[in-house]
Design a protein around this ligand. Structure first.
Ligand code: GUN
Ligand code: FE
Length: 430
C-alpha cells in the first residue's frame, strides 16, 4: 500500500500550545510517511497523489498514550475503590501473574490490541509483564496492528508475590537480555523500552544490571514516579541515600541521563507529588511526565500540578494508565486533565491556572508525540499519524464552530463509539 496520499476534511492540529488551527475543507498531504503540510488549495505538485475526501469529518493528528498497562486491560473499570498499594496487591499483581500462561496472554492481548487499534491512539508506551514469552507475543500483535509502540518487559525482583517476582536480579537481567536478543530486528514499529516497574519492585542490584543493559542496547526507559504518598514514604525507607524518589533512578543512570552524561528518552508516569528538586532534575535530564488524571483520581493518588510542570519547562504528555485508569480513551484523558486542573486551582493553588481544552489537545498530540520524535502535528516534516472522526452522531439545532464540535466530541468520548479511519506512520490502519 502506498504511503503517499492526500486527505481532505476539517483539518485541526495544535498551531501552538494554546491554539488549535482549524482548516475546513482543507488538504493534508502525506509523502512516504511524512506530512508535507496542510493546504486550503492543493498544490499542483501533489495532484497526482491519490485523494480521499472525508467531507466535513475531522482529520486530527493521532493521539499519543505515554503510559498504559496491556495486561491490566481485562480488569479495567473494576477495583476502583482502592489506593495504589492495595490495588496492586489485590488486583494488578494477581491478573499479571496469569501471563505466565501464553494461551491466556494470547487471548487477553488480542483483545487489548484490537481495542487499542480501534481507539484514537496511534502511538503508545506500553508496560507488559515480567514474562518474556507473552511480552514477545504482545509485540508481535502490536506490530501486526500497524500502531507505533514502545513495549517493555517489566522488571521486578522484590515486593511482589512469588509467581510474579523474578527470583533474582541476575535472572531478571538474563531474561531482559534474552528478550532483547530474541526481538532484535524483528519489528519496524514496535520498539523495546526498559521497564523497571517502580523503585519498590526493584533491588539496587537489579537497577545496576538494568543501567548496564540500557547502555549496551541504547534503550529508552519508562517507569512510575511520585504517585502516592504511602509509596513515596516506602521509597524513602528503601533508599535512604536517595535525595528524592527520582534520585533513586538517577543514581542508577535510569533517569534521562546515563553515567557518561548521555541523554536518552525517559518517561515517568504520574509525578503527582514531585518536590521542587525532583522537578528541577527532570527538567535538567529532559524526563517526560506522563500525566494520568483518570488513574490519579481512581486510585486517590491526588492531582498532578501540570500547570506548574509546564511553567517549569517540563515535557508533558497524557497517559491512560489502564487499568489504574479505566479507559483507553485519550479524548477522556484530555477532558480529565482539564477537569482535575480546575479542582487543583480551586482547592489547592489559586495561582495554578486550569488547563484549557486546546492545551489538553496539545498534550495528547504534540506533548506526548515529542517522546517519539517529530510526532503529533501536521506541520511539514512530522511523521504522518492521523485519525478521522465523524461527529454527525451528535446533531445540533444551533450553529457550532468546528472547535466547539471538537471539544464536545472529546467531552462525550466520541472516540469510543468508533473512528472513521486511522493512519499511523503513513499507513492506513483501517
Ligand atoms: N506503580 C507500580 N506499578 C503500578 C501500576 O501497575 N499502576 C500504577 N498506577 N502504578 C504503579
Ligand atoms: Fe501505571
Amino acid at each position: 500500500m502506498s504511503d503517499s496520499f492526500v486527505l481532505k476534511g476539517t483539518v485541526c492540529y495544535s498551531r501552538s500550545f494554546t491554539e488549535i488551527a482549524v482548516h475546513p475543507a482543507a488538504y493534508v498531504v502525506c509523502e512516504e510517511g511524512v506530512c508535507r503540510g496542510v493546504f486550503d488549495a492543493l498544490p499542483a505538485v501533489y495532484e497526482a497523489l491519490s485523494l480521499t475526501d472525508f467531507g466535513e469529518r475531522f482529520i486530527l493528528p493521532g493521539l499519543v498514550d505515554l503510559h498504559i498497562h496491556a495486561p491490566q486491560y481485562p480488569f479495567r473499570g473494576t477495583g476502583m475503590d482502592l489506593e495504589l498499594i492495595d490495588w496492586l496487591e489485590t488486583r494488578a499483581f494477581p491478573e499479571e501473574a496469569k501471563y505466565s500462561d501464553p494461551d491466556y496472554a494470547e487471548t487477553a492481548y488480542r483483545q487489548f490490541v484490537d481495542h487499542l487499534t480501534r481507539s484514537a491512539t496511534t502511538r503508545a508506551c506500553i508496560f507488559a509483564t515480567r514474562h518474556r514469552e507473552s511480552t514477545e507475543l504482545l509485540m508481535d500483535l502490536l506490530e501486526e496492528s500497524g500502531l507505533v509502540t514502545c513495549v517493555g518487559k517489566v522488571n521486578m525482583d522484590r515486593n511482589a508475590p512469588e509467581p510474579l517476582r523474578e527470583a533474582s536480579a541476575a535472572l531478571s537481567a538474563r531474561e531482559t537480555r534474552l528478550w532483547l536478543e530474541e526481538t532484535a530486528g524483528r519489528y519496524q514499529r514496535t520498539k523495546p523500552i526498559l521497564t523497571p516497574r517502580f523503585i519498590p519492585s526493584c533491588t539496587d542490584a537489579l537497577l545496576e544490571e538494568l543501567q548496564t543493559i540500557r547502555q549496551d542496547w541504547n534503550l529508552p526507559v519508562q517507569s512510575h514516579l511520585s504517585e502516592n504518598p504511602g509509596e513515596i514514604r516506602w521509597v524513602q525507607d528503601l533508599c535512604p541515600e536517595a535525595d528524592f524518589y527520582g534520585d533513586a533512578y538517577d543514581r542508577r543512570g535510569l533517569f534521562g541521563r546515563d553515567r557518561r552524561g548521555q541523554s536518552f528518552p525517559t518517561v515517568m508516569a504520574h509525578c503527582v507529588w514531585s518536590p521542587p528538586e525532583e522537578v528541577a532534575r527532570m527538567k535538567e535530564n529532559g524526563v517526560f511526565v506522563a500525566h494520568c488524571p483518570a488513574s490519579n483520581t481512581n486510585l486517590a493518588s491526588g492531582i498532578a500540578p501540570v500547570r506548574r510542570y509546564l511553567e517549569a519547562g517540563l515535557k508533558v504528555g497524557l497517559g491512560s494508565d489502564v487499568a489504574g485508569g479505566h479507559t483507553e480513551s485519550l479524548f477522556r484523558a484530555m477532558t480529565d486533565a482539564v477537569q482535575v486542573s480546575k479542582l487543583y486551582w480551586r482547592l489547592v493553588d489559586p495561582e495554578a491556572k486550569p488547563i484549557t481544552f486546546p492545551e489538553a489537545f496539545y498534550l495528547a498530540t504534540r506533548g506526548g508525540g515529542a517522546f517519539f520524535g517529530n510526532v503529533g502535528s501536521f506541520e511539514p516534516g512530522y511523521e504522518f499519524d492521523a485519525i478521522v472522526l465523524d461527529d454527525s452522531l451528535l446533531p445540533h439545532p444551533q450553529p457550532m464552530t468546528a472547535l466547539q464540535r471538537l471539544e464536545r466530541a472529546a467531552y462525550l468520548s466520541l472516540d469510543l463509539l468508533g473512528l472513521h479511519a486511522k493512519y499511523a506512520a503513513g499507513r492506513r490502519i483501517f
